[in-house]
Design a protein around this ligand. Structure first.
Ligand code: HEC
Length: 111
């Protein structure tokens, strides 16, 4: 009995992390396809388009303070030079992109 429970738990953990990886990859695909020329692959907006549009880095204090709902609304509706993606991305894709932005924020936090 105990053995079976352990195996079940391991199987669940594996399935869960596979799903998470997939979501993260989908977020990366969206981001690198539609966003990185302005926001930079690392989210720091160190690109010619990023500089031209004065794109703030995702690690800026103001951006770190934003909730997932804030980020989602900006991606959906746009803001100033930020184009709106509400009619080009599904809600699921926007959610994946937000998740990917969170990953970028963690990766570059120390800079
Ligand atoms: C044409 C350049 C451009 C593209 C392409 C672009 N953005 Fe932006 N983005 C901006 C600018 C400029 C801002 C800052 C808007 C402001 O606050 O005035 C911004 C702001 C944001 C913000 C709010 C946080 C912040 O950094 O100020 C999020 C989240 C965001 N963009 C996500 C995305 C995602 C996801 C995509 C791709 C689906 C994307 N952007 C594509 C230019 C762009």
């Amino acid at each position: 009995m105990k053995m079976r429970a352990t195996i079940m738990m391991l199987a669940c953990a594996a399935a869960f992390s596979a799903a998470r990886m997939q979501a993260q990859n989908a977020g990366a695909d969206v981001f690198n396809g539609k966003c990185s020329h302005c926001h930079g692959a690392d989210g720091l907006a160190n690109t010619p388009a990023g500089k031209a549009h004065h794109v703030p880095p995702f690690t800026a204090p103001d951006v770190l303070k934003m909730t997932d709902a804030d980020l989602t609304a900006i991606i959906k509706n746009g803001k100033d030079k930020m184009p709106s993606f509400g009619n080009r991305l599904t809600d699921a894709q926007i959610q994946e992109a937000v998740g990917y932005i969170r990953t970028l924020q963690k990766q570059t936090k120390q800079d």
